[in-house]
Design a protein around this ligand. Structure first.
Ligand code: AMP
Ligand code: ZN
Length: 457
C-alpha cells in the first residue's frame, strides 16, 4: 500500500517514493539542550516517531537521524540577541558543556519514557564544527556569502528561489519586515558563522578561516543531515515554527553549497497549546514529563493524548484531556490483561489500521480502528496478535499488558482479604480505611457481585 504524506514543499499529500528502494532516510530537527524538553517539543518528537514507525511497519529499512543542538546560538541574528546557552550557564553556574550534557541526558530519559525509539544517530553540533566550516567554505566559494563586522552571512538574494519552502518570496518578506538589519544586505539574510565578541571568552568557540567564533544556528542541520544521509534524503521533520526560517535556511544552504535539494519531503508538526494559548515559562504553563509524573500521570498517557490528534492540527493540552487519555489507556490495559496469548490475526482491522496511517499518518483514525477491534467479537488471541502489530506504530507499550494478568503483591492481597472480612462484619469504617491503605500502595479495589476486584491505579 502506498503511503501518502503531506509535503510542505509542494503543499500537497504525495505518495511517498523512497529514493533508495526499500529504504527511507529521515532527519528530525532535535532538541536544543539548555533546558528540559517541554510537552510541546515532545509532541513534535512523538510525531517524528510515528512517522518513523509507520515507514518501518510498512516494510522499509529506515535510518532515523536526530541532531542535538548543543551549541549556543543567538535568539536572532541581531548583535544584542540573547544566547540561550549563556543564559543557562549563568542560571546554573555550569559550563556550556556541562549544561549541554545534563540536558541531553534528560532528553534521552524523556524520549525513553514516551516510548520514542532511539535514533540511529544523534549527531551533536559541537562534534561537527569542521563539517559546518566546510559547508560555509563551499557557500563562500559558490558566491553566496558576505562578511560583516560580526560574522559571515548568507546572501539570500543570490539564491534564485529562496523562500520556496514557506512560499514567501524574499521580496515579500523584505517588504513585511521592520527589523533592524544591522549590516545585513537583505532582511532574510542569516548568519553562517558568528565572531566571538571582543573581550568575551566563550566556553564554546572555535578557530575558522574567518576568525574565532561559532556556527550560526541553521548550518549544523544542513551539514549533519547530508553527512549521515545522502543529499537529497527522503524526509525532513520539525515543528511548524521551523518552516519559515530554520528549514527555509537549511534548504538554501544545502542548495547553495551542494547544488542539491536537501530532502524530498518536508513534514511539519502543528503546535501544542496549553489552555488554548501559547506555552511559556513566564506564563507558568510550560510542563515537562516530570511535571506530568508528579501529577500522577504515566508519560504514555501523554503519548496516547498526542496520538488522538492528527499531527497537522493544533492540539490544546488540558489536564482534563490528559485524564481522559489516562482513563482510555487504563481501560485498554485492563481489557488486554484478560486476553489469551496472541495467535492468528484479524486482517480486516489490520488493513483499515494501515490505511488510516497511510493517509498522512491519521493516528486518530488508527486509534478508532484499534478500539473497534478491541471491542469486537473476535477471539481474544487474534485480537492480541493484531493489537501488538498496531502497537509497533502506536508505541503504547502494550506488550507489557497483553495476556499478562495483574500480579497483586502479597501485602495488597492481605489488605484486600482483611477488607472483605470487614465488609462481612459490616465494619464500614475499617473497610474504608483499608481501601485508602490499598490505594496508597497503588491499587484500586472495586466491589462486584462476585467479590472484590483489584486493579492497578
Ligand atoms: P527546540 O528544542 O526549541 O529546538 O524545539 C524542538 C522541537 O519542538 C522543534 O521541532 C520545534 O518546532 C518544536 N516545538 C516547539 N514548541 C512547540 C509546541 N508548543 N508544540 C509543538 N512543537 C513545538
Ligand atoms: Zn534543524
Amino acid at each position: 500500500m502506498s503511503i501518502k504524506l503531506y509535503n510542505t514543499l509542494t503543499r500537497q499529500k504525495e505518495d511517498f517514493k523512497p529514493i533508495h528502494k526499500g529504504k527511507a532516510g529521515i532527519y528530525a530537527c532535535g532538541p536544543t539542550v539548555y533546558w528540559f524538553a517541554h510537552i510541546g517539543n515532545l509532541r513534535s518528537f512523538v510525531f517524528a516517531d510515528v512517522l518513523r514507525r509507520t515507514l518501518t511497519h510498512s516494510g522499509l529499512d529506515v535510518k532515523f537521524v536526530m541532531n542535538i543542538t548543543d551549541v549556543g546560538h543567538l535568539t536572532d541574528d541581531a548583535s544584542d540577541g540573547e544566547d540561550k546557552m549563556i543564559v543557562a550557564m549563568k542560571r546554573e553556574g555550569k559550563t556550556a558543556y556541562e549544561i549541554a550534557e545534563f540536558y541531553t541526558q534528560a532528553f534521552m530519559k524523556d524520549i525513553d519514557r514516551l516510548n520514542i525509539l532511539s535514533a540511529d544517530e544523534y549527531p551533536r553540533a559541537t562534534d561537527h564544527i569542521q563539517e559546518q566550516i566546510d559547508m560555509v567554505s563551499s557557500l563562500e566559494k559558490n558566491g553566496y556569502t558576505y562578511q560583516t563586522s560580526d560574522g559571515v552571512y548568507f546572501d539570500t538574494s543570490k539564491l534564485k528561489d529562496y523562500g520556496r519552502l514557506s512560499g514567501q518570496l524574499a521580496e515579500e518578506k523584505k517588504a513585511g519586515a521592520r527589523i533592524d538589519m544591522g549590516e545585513k544586505k537583505n532582511s532574510t539574510d542569516f548568519a553562517l558563522w558568528k565572531f566571538s565578541p571582543d573581550g568575551v571568552q566563550r566556553d564554546m568557540e572555535w578557530e575558522s578561516p574567518w576568525g574565532v567564533g561559532f556556527p550560526g544556528w541553521h548550518i549544523e542541520c544542513s551539514a549533519m543531515s547530508v553527512k549521515y544521509l545522502d543529499a537529497p534524503f527522503d524526509i525532513h521533520t520539525g515543528g511548524i515554527d521551523h518552516i519559515a526560517v530554520h528549514h527555509e535556511n537549511e534548504l538554501a544552504q544545502t542548495q547553495g553549497a551542494l547544488d542539491a535539494l536537501q530532502a524530498n519531503v518536508w513534514m511539519h508538526g502543528e503546535f501544542l497549546t496549553v489552555d488554548g494559548g501559547r506555552m511559556g515559562k513566564s506564563l507558568g504553563n510550560l510542563f515537562t514529563v516530570d511535571d506530568l509524573i508528579e501529577k500522577g500521570f504515566d508519560p504514555i498517557d501523554f503519548r496516547y493524548l498526542v496520538l488522538g490528534a492528527h499531527y497537522r492540527t493544533q492540539l490544546n493540552f488540558t489536564f482534563e484531556a490528559l485524564t481522559a487519555a489516562q482513563n482510555a489507556l487504563n481501560r485498554l490495559r485492563e481489557t488486554v490483561r484478560a486476553w489469551e496469548a496472541p495467535g492468528g490475526d484479524i486482517k480486516e482491522f489490520e488493513d483499515r489500521f494501515n490505511a488510516a496511517l497511510a493517509d498522512d499518518l491519521n493516528t486518530p483514525q488508527a486509534l478508532a480502528v484499534m478500539w473497534e477491534m478491541v471491542d469486537s467479537d473476535h477471539s481474544t488471541s487474534a485480537k492480541a496478535k493484531s493489537l501488538l502489530r498496531f502497537d509497533e506504530v502506536l508505541g503504547l507499550g502494550m506488550d507489557l499488558y497483553v495476556a499478562v494478568p495483574l500480579e497483586v503483591p502479597e501485602n495488597v492481597r492481605v489488605l484486600v482479604s482483611e477488607r472483605e472480612q470487614a465488609r462481612i462484619d459490616k465494619d464500614w469504617g475499617l473497610s474504608d480505611a483499608l481501601r485508602i491503605k490499598i490505594a496508597e500502595v497503588g491499587y484500586l479495589v472495586e466491589d462486584t457481585d462476585s467479590g472484590s476486584v483489584v486493579k492497578q491505579k
